[in-house]
Design a protein around this ligand. Sequence first.
Ligand SMILES: Cc1cc2nc3c(=O)[nH]c(=O)nc-3n(C[C@H](O)[C@H](O)[C@H](O)COP(=O)(O)OP(=O)(O)OC[C@H]3O[C@@H](n4cnc5c(N)ncnc54)[C@H](O)[C@@H]3O)c2cc1C
Length: 489
Amino acid sequence: MAISHALLSPFSLPHIPSSPIHSPFRTHFQPHYTLRKFANFLDLKPESKPQPLKFDLPLFHPYSDRPRRFDAVVVGAGPAGLRLAEQLSAYGIKVCCVDPSPLSPWPNNYGVWVDEFQALGFQDCFHKTWPMASVYLNDEKVKFLDRPYAQVSRKKLKMKLMEECATKGVKFHKAKVWEIKHQEFESSVACDDGTEIKANLVIDASGFASRFTEYSKSKPRNCGFQIAHGILAEVEQHPFDLNKMVLMDWRDTHLGNEPYLRQDNKKSPTFLYAMPFDPNLIFLEETSLVGRPALPYAVVKRRMAARLRHLGIKVKRILEEEKCVIPMGGSLPKMPQAVVAAGGVAGMVHPASGYSVVLGMAAAPGVARRAAEGLGSGGRMIRGRALQGRVWEGVWPAERRRVREFYCFGMETLVRLDLEGLRRFFDAFFDLEGFYWEGFLSSRLSIRELGMLGLALFGHASPMSKLDILTKCPLPLLKMMANLALQAL
Ligand SMILES: Cc1cc2nc3c(=O)[nH]c(=O)nc-3n(C[C@H](O)[C@H](O)[C@H](O)COP(=O)(O)OP(=O)(O)OC[C@H]3O[C@@H](n4cnc5c(N)ncnc54)[C@H](O)[C@@H]3O)c2cc1C
């Protein structure tokens, strides 16, 4: 029997109110605290207009191309979708990538650690690198991390992936996927322009808000949410060292004259993430690391305005603006299911940091290899459920799922910590050997190494931090152990 995937988004991204009037936190503020009070950059509108890539896209022509069937359809030309399309086609698999606007620049600003991007072979896709990163814990303590960081050139990365796709024979179809229907041995992808594309395998890489990948309906997903407001701004001046990007600035002195904001920030803290390009150009992002429920967007903007004023950063022009809502942790999609998921929609987001661009792209070779085996390149040809099951094993291999349990434990810990708890936590975390903290942030550690990291972190932690861990984490710890035991069975 045919089953159809034209569901409402299982991800149900939270509605993040942007007006203070709708804020569930509004009772925490006195009525005169309006955005206007902090108005400066908040009144400015982004000035740059994103230009489409100039590239001769190899298009699929549904009425003239024969046959009209592909081995695989990839839904979405984000970083995960393009990388997967390119990897699949390297095995000789016939791929069609469907996206309403494949040549549009990606909207998100991606920050990555230089070494992890180099490991993927994308060292030529940086826009700017910084030799070090800094973490301000409070006014007295700042840590310098001896690990180069980079802002990705979205244009270079997308162009590189597009060129590789084109060279290897990937076809593109400019449309929005409307519905995916599955028969026993094939699927058909219906687009909003009326085109129907048939394939043996459909991979959903259409991002967090996808409505094609199913999550369990019986258990709540229980994710946390990272919320951030970012601007690329021309400023009169800023106080940051041009050789260091600011990974986290947890200082809260800017809220000294705002007792209500300060109290609120102590309970649900936000930090500043900043990439200084030159003395007058800087990317600034006020970020709630992870919250459940999500911190209202208006609160994040209000705190950012107060912070910039305190730092003496006067914004002259906003070149770009980004609004960030990232679901973190929580349960994974139902596995296996007829649609195979990749990237953000597959839960490939670091549950404790919200980073995902590297994870989504790094998983692609494993998924492509499994797909190639099943589709017949170098293996026995299989179809339908057997094929989908095989490819899902490539999306979330057993060891990666075990490791993810540990990261979800990390997220559950972070969600429970207040400002002081987070400061203590990161003080101990960045004191660990690079092997551990770098490996944790880049998802490189095995479950055994993560266990060692847990012990080392506890050893480094201050007495108060140990108390935090012991009092706030027993439940998440038990949950992690139970899930690990279930997986072992
Ligand atoms: C503002 C912001 C900043 C971020 N910053 C970072 C960061 O610094 N570092 C990091 O590692 N991660 C970051 N992330 C998280 C993560 O990297 C991104 O969300 C990443 O883009 C996920 O990649 P993806 O390919 O899975 O999905 P997306 O990038 O969301 O791509 C999905 C693609 O699918 C297409 N699509 C959607 N629906 C359909 C449909 N029905 N039919 C056809 N196509 C469709 C879209 O047009 C889009 O091209 C950030 C996220 C946000 C929101």
